[in-house]
Ligand binder design. Sequence first.
Ligand code: SAJ
Length: 418
Amino acid sequence: MIVCVVGLGYIGLPTAAILTSHGINVVGVDCNQDVVDTINQGRIHFVEPELDSLVETAVGSGYLRATVYPEKADVFIIAVPTPFKGIHEPDLSYIESATKAIAPVLQKGNIVILESTVPVGATEKMMEWLQLDRPDLVFPDSGKEDITAEITIGHCPERVLPGNVVRELVENDRIIGGMTEQCAERIRDFYKLFVQGDCLLTNCRTAELCKLVENSFRDVNIAFANELSLIADKLDVNVWELIKLANHHPRVNILQPGPGVGGHCIAVDPWFIVDSAPNESKLIHAARLVNDSKPYFVLEKIEQAAQKIGKEKASLSIACLGLAFKPNIDDLRESPAMKIAKRIEGLGFSKQFLVEPNIKTMPEVFDVKRTELINLGQAIAKVDIVVLLVDHTEFKEMDLSLLSGKQVVDTRGLWANL
Ligand code: SAJ
């Protein structure tokens, strides 16, 4: 069996590597030549625990090869991004390009699986694009059983947690939406080659909405925690203690407030629901607004911390600990920490120091005259205000006596008892 994985990012590359560890030959495709070259050297282009050794072995053993153009295969997995266009509208152009790229090499008997997170109806759209380019092939008839179909089409959304991808790809249950029942069954047989979790079969539209709903559920729950942090602050209550106590109720399980919600999933996917059913998704929409506004609350707390010192801001310096969107990864996409640190540049402090143990160079959005990327010890020694934005292990394990005499804004409740 040969599997062609299109899109070698946070999902495609780990999936490709895991397939090879089950003795399956994988051709990985990415439009970025640097990514292709890095992988062909047995290296990876982002931080994900355990992935580096998996890819090194996969390439070293000859089971994984990366290239820029798709090649003939038995199974095609599309795992490309679905960013926004306009105001929070899903942009399917990467899926369209990937589909058009595989169309010429598609053969009778092939399976095409869309793993990218998409709005409802996108898998049908993908099949229409394939049909347009390959009128010689017989495609399944959506929802109807059809033994003459020559191509299997389905949607199997990825559900893995960044930072835990290698384990979750194997252990998580999978939702498999088939264009027909036969499609779903064939796709399940494929995933069963490496997935230990249950493979649950449904149609494409339900699978598409299921993925969006999972991330919206989490977004709404985080918004609840973030809203509580605002309420508790106003009423002079420690939100971390409040949540800990409330969670002792057998049916209450409140998540943790933070500086906002980041990443390319939870901060994005709920908008795909809002875009397709705006009048029906008021709560999901409100949650997005609550989470997106949280960085501004953190900026207010920073202003208050500066006022407490009682000196001109121009004579004060500040350190931001963490830039990634969550702990122990280097992913800065949609990161509220990045948003906050960038806005601090405009607040008039003498200097801002950034500490992000998972990156080597400061992101270009920052002004080198105002901001510098340095290590934890140096940063804390130099500044008057310390803002904790990401609960990286390095910050959990640091010597808290270093913070004495500093103003601290702890957005993660890591040092709640200081
Ligand atoms: N966050 C909080 N408080 C919490 C939990 C999370 O503020 O109590 C913040 C994080 O700091 C981060 C953001 O939410 O900024 C999202 O982090 P996350 O760990 O909740 O989720 P992601 O985005 O890394 O991964 C999610 C997962 N979805 C769910 O848990 C429902 C994952 O399973 C999906 O595969 C992934 O989205 C995806 O790719 O869609």
